[in-house]
Design a protein around this ligand. Structure first.
Ligand code: SAH
Length: 429
């Protein structure tokens, strides 16, 4: 074989073991030789004896120095990215239904490290997190593939300035990259809201077309949210919870409390099945959007008002528990408490406190939907925290469902970081 011109990096035995385990990341401390590799380059990866291990994307700034992209030689990165995006879209066609909003590409989990693409009806939002994905030819291939496959009305890049700085990429503003539209309305989970319209007419909405109408000419009763990709405050639902919203709706009853409600993801799904719903969040702009979303879904809650309370959830739960308030359903969906492994103990005590307070307020037969999106808190740790809260509350909990993120956020078995969301549903026996 002729000597390839592509830059090469040699990795340590520990790096080799990692690559062989199927994990794409190799840390800078495991790079033993890397001569003059440009930022964001495609590199050949070899072990100390020169044995070829695969092709990777190089970052000159991240501690994750290389991210493996193929076991083979790769010469045309834009073409590979286009092919992988098409494969990611094909996978969603199999696993996504009853929504026009879902994740199209989930970075490493779709073998596209540093690229996240979400579809919100006819608007596509993308995020670029690594030097290699930021290269102009790659950007061009991403946009061309999305336009060809999905015919969106707009493609927007959402920029996290902190990430660009960490990756030593030039500053850039969030902006429309293609088309004209950056805001829209998304619809999901019609079947969860009104079971009888588990309609033939409501199914995965792929290909840029609007959801079909039901036979009586009315739009299907899905749950709707405003989405604006360029607004300061991110809008839209948390797509990773989409399937859990639908499942929670199946257990919904009585007086419900949605804690950390953001723009109403759970609350709006529960409303049609509950006597009353209260949503709690510390962010006023999130609650204002939640209220607009409630109005948008007016027909679902049939005149029912959802009450939105701006408060620190810890304080509110303490006060409500002390006042012996009773609920038939409580949802807890806090932000990630453990951002790093070092925060684990503090995170576990945060989860314990929230769950304990929620349990004190649950009526007999009541339902607890409790979530953790901290990768560093394992599913087993999380169940144990809830079990320990149940012991302290002197209540017996029965596990009804143990769930994770929606299937459009794939989990790769050998890349544990791809699986982060836990959502368990229990009843108080
Ligand atoms: N359940 C939501 C997502 C929740 S994200 C959905 O499905 O869409 C976490 C939310 O917690 C954010 O909206 C944030 O504003 C809120 N939050 C963070 N700390 C809080 C606190 N101490 N008290 C109340 N809300 C808080």
């Amino acid at each position: 074989m002729s000597e390839p011109s592509r830059p090469a990096v040699t990795i340590s035995p520990r790096g080799v073991a990692r690559v062989k385990s199927g994990h794409p990341w190799v840390y800078r401390s495991d790079i033993t030789v890397a001569d003059a590799v440009p930022a964001g380059a495609l590199v050949r990866v070899a072990d100390a004896r020169g044995k070829f291990l695969g092709t990777a994307l190089y970052s000159s700034s991240s501690q994750i120095a290389i991210r493996m992209i193929a076991r083979e030689e790769v010469s045309d990165l834009p073409a590979l990215v286009a092919e992988r995006i098409r494969a990611a879209i094909a996978y969603r066609k199999q696993v996504v239904s009853d929504t026009d909003a879902y994740r199209l590409v989930f970075s490493e989990a779709d073998f596209l490290p540093g690229l996240i693409i979400d579809r919100y009806n006819d608007v596509i939002s993308l995020q670029i997190l690594t030097q290699a994905m930021d290269a102009e030819p790659v950007r061009g291939a991403v946009i061309a593939t999305l336009v060809e496959e999905l015919e969106p009305a707009g493609i927007v890049e959402r920029v996290d300035p902190r990430i660009r700085e960490l990756e030593q990429l030039p500053a850039r503003d969030s902006a429309l990259l293609w088309g004209k539209k950056s805001s829209t309305i998304i619809s999901m989970n019609a079947a969860a809201v009104v079971p009888q319209v588990r309609a033939r007419s409501v199914r995965a909405n792929l290909g840029g077309k609007a959801l079909e109408e039901t036979p009586n000419g009315l739009p299907p009763s899905s749950v709707r949210f405003y989405y604006d990709a360029l607004e300061g405050q991110k809008t839209g639902a948390f797509l990773d919870q989409r399937e859990n919203y639908a499942t929670a709706a199946r257990y919904a009853r009585g007086q419900a409390l949605d804690v950390f409600c953001y723009q109403g993801g759970f609350a709006l799904h529960l409303a049609p099945h509950c006597a009353s719903v209260t949503g709690v969040d510390s962010s006023r702009p999130a609650l204002e959007m939640a209220d607009k979303n409630a109005a948008l879904n007016g027909q679902l809650s049939s005149g029912k008002e959802i009450e939105w309370i701006e408060a620190n959830a810890f304080d509110l739960l303490r006060d409500y528990a002390a006042a012996a308030r009773r609920y038939d359903m409580v949802v807890l969906d806090p932000p990630a408490f453990a951002k790093t492994k070092r925060d684990l103990d503090k995170a576990l005590s945060g989860y314990k406190e929230l769950n304990l307070r929620a349990l004190k307020m649950l009526a007999p037969g009541g339902i607890l939907v409790t979530c953790s999106c901290s990768f560093h808190v394992s599913a087993a740790d999380f169940v144990e925290v809830v079990a320990s809260a149940a012991r302290d509350a002197h209540k017996s909990l029965r596990l009804l469902e143990s769930r994770a993120q929606a299937k459009d956020h794939p989990i790769l078995l050998n890349v544990p970081e791809t699986g982060y969301l836990k959502c368990i549903i229990l009843d108080v026996t």
